[in-house]
Design a protein around this ligand. Structure first.
Ligand SMILES: C[S@@+](CC[C@H](N)C(=O)[O-])C[C@H]1O[C@@H](n2cnc3c(N)ncnc32)[C@H](O)[C@@H]1O
Length: 325
């Protein structure tokens, strides 16, 4: 597996790290010197304008490179849509490899991203832009669709949503935590748990998660990446505001569209899809004939299928698909 050199990032990254080191004071200064309405209603507005998630740039960048196909150079130089871009943190990181657009419905998040953007290196500035909007309304395609925990993917994508799944009942939640933690730890966790689950704020997405998921896949021309925290002990359940996707469910939803790869790293599901062309998708039904094809070709391939006219397609490592008669 070929990885880009993640020890030496591009030059503007240093600048970006400096900015985040001084984040506390810079954030306040940005808010004070702009007309961002920090008091407006909304779940995320105050949150982003008061410092966001507190990510650390170097480890965040390295994690992405180490654990996703970004590190293998997939789509580098192309276009990327950072869905639910928040205050722009991941957009800056992605701009090293892609011309990146952030889309975010929280207007203050976008205002704030634009204010930060003015302070970053011109190279980062030239490769980023932000739009206020809902991911479902996107009409253009992008080479790469990056979805890191957008709210609409925090619901089951391939089964009906049921409110019973939510961990609103503290007794039930305590029981869930006890499955993996000691009594003391579970008590501590429940003590710090907010009364109102955050997923309740986004119930509008509960029955639409699949629609959003399919939309995201459809606007990805080459590559789709979805990252969200999950824990094996809770697959298929909500816990502490997060729906814990079962990697198998996500794989099943992705596999009809191309080469899917789903894994769990450091408590995050990392779901990737390398899209097939339309022709390849038409042929997908032929996948079951894989073993027959194997006898028909002598090449070193890792995936092969027949289309409806019985043409054998094979994919050789690093080359993509070829018709082979
Ligand atoms: C948990 S935050 C993740 C932010 C960022 N991607 C990250 O990983 O730090 C979820 C984000 O999804 C955004 N979001 C919610 N609904 C959305 C929609 N319909 N389209 C795009 N983004 C959405 C929220 O406003 C919020 O900024």
């Amino acid at each position: 597996m070929k990885h880009v050199n993640f020890i030496t990032p591009w030059k503007p990254f240093k600048d970006f790290c400096e900015f985040y080191k001084n984040m506390g004071s810079d954030y306040k200064e940005i808010v004070n010197s702009s007309d961002i309405d920090v008091k407006s209603d909304g779940v995320y507005n105050k949150f982003y304008t008061s410092g966001g998630y507190g990510y650390e740039p170097v480890s965040s960048r390295n994690w992405l490179i180490k654990n996703t196909s970004i590190g293998e150079g997939v789509g580098h130089g192309g276009t990327c849509l950072d869905v639910g871009s928040g205050d722009g943190f991941w957009t800056w990181i992605l701009s090293e490899f892609y011309n990146t657009t952030g889309i975010e419905p929280c207007a203050e998040g976008v205002q704030f991203s634009n204010a930060i953007r003015k302070r970053l290196d011109p190279k980062i500035r030239n490769r980023t832009r932000f739009i206020i909007g809902d991911a479902l309304g996107v009409r253009d395609g992008y080479d790469f669709i990056f979805c890191r925990a957008p709210c609409f993917l925090n619901y089951p994508i391939n089964k009906p949503f049921s409110k019973d799944l939510l961990d609103l009942d503290r007794k039930k939640l305590f029981g869930l935590w006890r499955r993996t933690y000691s009594k003391e730890k579970a008590q501590k966790l429940i003590g710090g748990y907010q009364k109102k689950s955050r997923v309740l704020n986004f119930l509008e997405y509960a029955d639409k998660a699949n629609e959003y998921f399919e939309k995201m896949v459809s606007i990805a021309d080459k590559y789709f990446l979805f990252i969200l925290s999950t824990k094996k002990a809770f697959y298929g359940e909500y816990l502490g505001d997060t729906y814990n996707h079962d990697p198998q469910d996500v794989y099943d939803a992705l596999k009809a569209h191309g080469d899917a790869r789903v894994k769990v790293v450091d408590g995050y599901i990392v779901a990737e899809l390398m899209k097939w062309t339309t022709q390849q998708s038409d042929c997908a039904l032929g996948n079951v004939l894989f073993s027959i094809n194997k006898q028909k070709t002598n090449h070193d391939y890792n995936f092969c299928f027949l289309d409806k006219k019985n043409v054998v397609y094979e994919r050789r490592p690093t080359e993509g698909f070829h018709a082979h008669s």
